[in-house]
Design a protein around this ligand. Structure first.
Ligand code: SAM
Length: 326
């Protein structure tokens, strides 16, 4: 089936969001410059993320896959919603397990949300083959615009899903705002299904978020953030001046992926009006993954007016999928 036949709605002005210069400039001029996570998922970045999920040391995808395989039927039963929106759906390979269970119980429309149009088209086409009874409409754009699109549209009960630990790819302020926006989108009785990677030893995270010997998916994914910036906004950044590496900040409970400058380097992006002088040893943040204390996580989500209902967790990897009801 041709990917072009898939139903995709742009929830933001065509692909203008890729050139959201205000948002990019604000991040690049922070004390430690950063490139926001969504900007890392152009077509190349999305391919590289898929390669990351196949690294032998990247446990998140495998653990979540296993939880959905073992508990998908029970989760689908409890969700009880006719519309299922997934924020940051990517390839939606794991979600397929759950969507099949949903569609076998009730008429279900799946609304994957992603900045990557290529991923939306490919995943929707694959779903049409695997779960033909599922209706699929991709929402192309960022989370906030998609939630606005879903807000009060009067359709069937809605479940918003945020899987893959994606909610952790936000600063605490962004997370708070996003949870408030999700809560405002849901109507009483609607569901929020969210996964969280829980706190564990530093070594586990640093092994998971760096390339094992003989692999380069994480390094290429991180460097692609910078390459994507120069592709869109001109200027030059010598990628050979940077070494990608992730560290776990125990105090903040966050894995941060950086491009570390190995020599003094000027990051010049004329199309954005940004010039940053970096000294050897300075970092550009290209990845942020918060890890959670279970009780605090549940309390933080509940504080946005959502009632905790159930959880499915992996005690070894300390990873959970949590269901809340508005
Ligand atoms: C870490 S990947 C996870 C993909 C998938 N959920 C999984 O678990 O394998 C994050 C996905 O979210 C998308 N994404 C990141 N930030 C986004 C944003 N602000 N709005 C919409 N999509 C976003 C990316 O394009 C990517 O497909």
């Amino acid at each position: 089936m041709s990917a072009a036949a898939v139903d995709v709605v742009a929830v933001e002005d065509a692909d203008g969001f890729w050139e959201d210069t205000d948002a990019l400039r604000a991040c690049l001029t922070e004390p430690v410059p950063r490139i926001p996570p969504w900007f890392g998922y152009d077509e190349r970045g999305s391919e590289l993320f898929e390669a990351i999920t196949e690294l032998p040391t990247y446990y998140l995808t495998r653990v979540e896959w296993d939880l959905l395989r073992r508990h998908g039927a029970e989760i689908a039963e409890q969700l009880g919603c006719g519309r299922v929106a997934e924020l940051g759906s990517g390839s939606a390979k794991k979600t397929r397990l759950l969507l099949g269970e949903c569609a076998s119980r009730r008429a279900t429309t799946y609304l994957p949300v992603d900045v990557s149009r290529e991923m939306l088209e490919a995943s929707a086409a694959a779903l049409r083959d695997d779960v033909p009874e599922l209706a699929v409409t991709g929402l192309w754009g960022r989370y906030e615009a998609a939630l606005d699109h879903l807000h009060d549209d009067g359709g069937a009960p809605l479940a918003v899903m945020f899987l893959g630990g994606n909610l952790g790819n936000t600063t605490p302020q962004e997370r708070d705002a996003l949870l408030a926006r999700i809560a405002a989108t849901l109507r009483p009785g609607d569901a929020f299904l969210v996964s969280a990677d829980l706190l564990k030893p530093t070594e586990t995270f640093e092994t998971c978020y760096n390339d094992p010997p003989g692999h380069s998916a994480f390094a290429e994914f991180r460097l692609n953030h910078l390459a994507h910036l120069t592709r869109r906004f001109g200027g030059d950044a010598d990628l050979s001046a940077f070494v990608p590496h992730a560290r776990f900040d125990e105090r903040a409970g966050v894995v941060e992926g950086h491009l570390w400058a190995v020599r003094d380097e000027v990051l010049s992006l004329p199309g954005l009006g940004v010039t940053r002088e970096l000294r050897r040893g300075d970092g550009v943040n290209v990845g942020f993954s918060a890890k959670f204390d279970r009780d605090r996580f549940v309390a933080d989500v509940a504080a946005h007016g959502m009632t905790f209902e159930s959880e499915w967790s992996d005690p070894h990897w300390r990873y959970g999928i949590f269901l809340f009801r508005r």
